[in-house]
Write a protein that binds this ligand. Structure first.
Ligand code: NDP
Ligand code: 8X3
Length: 247
């Protein structure tokens, strides 16, 4: 039985990944700050799920949670680096510096730190690292500034890891979704349900389950197959042109 650690399993893509992996017979460690959500997931998934409550930006809490893993969950074969967020849609010149720092601390620093911590075990077990980047890594949009920057880091970090891990058997993948209906927009707009519903309305957006099934498919590839990067959008989302400012 293999073990996956999924960060950000309290909602959206992470929760769907936890469910998909557990239903496929994996042991799953799910992390997040909202303890009640993780305990509800544990009640649903049973003994194959271990809840790990901590803030990914808190090094001490993370280390304590990892040190307290039950024996059965020690050997992590697959790290799903999913926890992340966007805060706000303000242009750079109007954005809050604190929001930028939170995105960098969560999407970049915490993700890199956990990866560094788990790498020795992942190499020992020829494991897999699957990162949640975004289409925002490749396609800039107004108000995407730091969020897009953090996701470009995630994609490039994944590809760079592939180079460093050459010959180790560890597989690394960058998953780059477009619009997925989760709590993402609720978080981005500080709880504006109307804005969230409006954004996804009529789009037939991707679901968290669509992405979870892709993540599980990537993890289940044979050991000689590495999916480097995957960009996935709803059919109703595509590209717009450049903007031109006239003097
Ligand atoms: P959700 O808001 O539904 O889920 C985000 C998850 O991240 C939650 O479980 C949350 O847990 C966790 N998280 C955020 N901050 C912290 C923190 N400081 N400490 C611990 N956990 C944290 O959004 P999604 O499921 O949509 O997002 C998951 C990933 O997918 C993100 O990295 C996002 O950038 C990426 N993505 C999302 C897209 C979308 O359109 N939805 C598209 C492309 C990429 P809790 O709050 O309980 O701590
Ligand atoms: C989330 C997708 O397009 O809102 O990463 O940036 S988008």
């Amino acid at each position: 039985m293999k073990t996956a650690l999924v960060t950000g399993a309290t909602s959206g893509i992470g929760e769907a990944c936890a469910r998909a992996f557990a239903q496929a017979g994996w042991r799953v460690i799910g992390t997040g700050r909202r303890a009640e959500r993780l305990h509800a997931l544990a009640a649903d998934l049973g003994s194959s799920f271990h809840p790990c409550v901590y803030d990914v930006r808190d090094d001490v809490a993370r280390d304590a949670a990892l040190a307290a893993l039950p024996e059965d969950f020690h050997a992590i074969d697959c790290l799903v680096n999913n926890a992340g967020l966007a805060l706000g849609t303000a242009k750079a010149q109007e954005a809050e510096l604190e929001a930028w720092r939170t995105m960098i601390d969560t999407n970049v620093t915490a993700l890199a730190t956990l990866t560094h911590k788990l790498l020795p075990g992942l190499i020992e077990r020829k494991g897999a690292i699957i990162m949640l980047s975004s289409v925002a890594a490749t396609y800039p949009y107004t108000g995407g500034n730091i969020y897009g920057g953090t996701k470009a880091f995630v994609r490039q970090f994944a590809l760079g890891l592939r180079s460093d891990l050459s010959g180790t058997g560890v597989r690394v993948t960058s998953i780059e979704p477009g619009m997925v209906e989760t709590e993402f927009t609720l978080v981005r707009t500080s709880g504006d349900h109307e804005a969230s519903e409006k954004l996804y309305s009529g789009v037939n957006p991707l679901t968290a389950r669509d992405i979870a099934e892709t993540v599980l498919w990537v993890a289940n590839q044979p050991p000689h197959v590495n999916i480097n990067a995957l960009e996935i959008m709803p059919v109703n989302q595509s590209f717009a042109g450049f903007q031109v400012a006239r003097e």
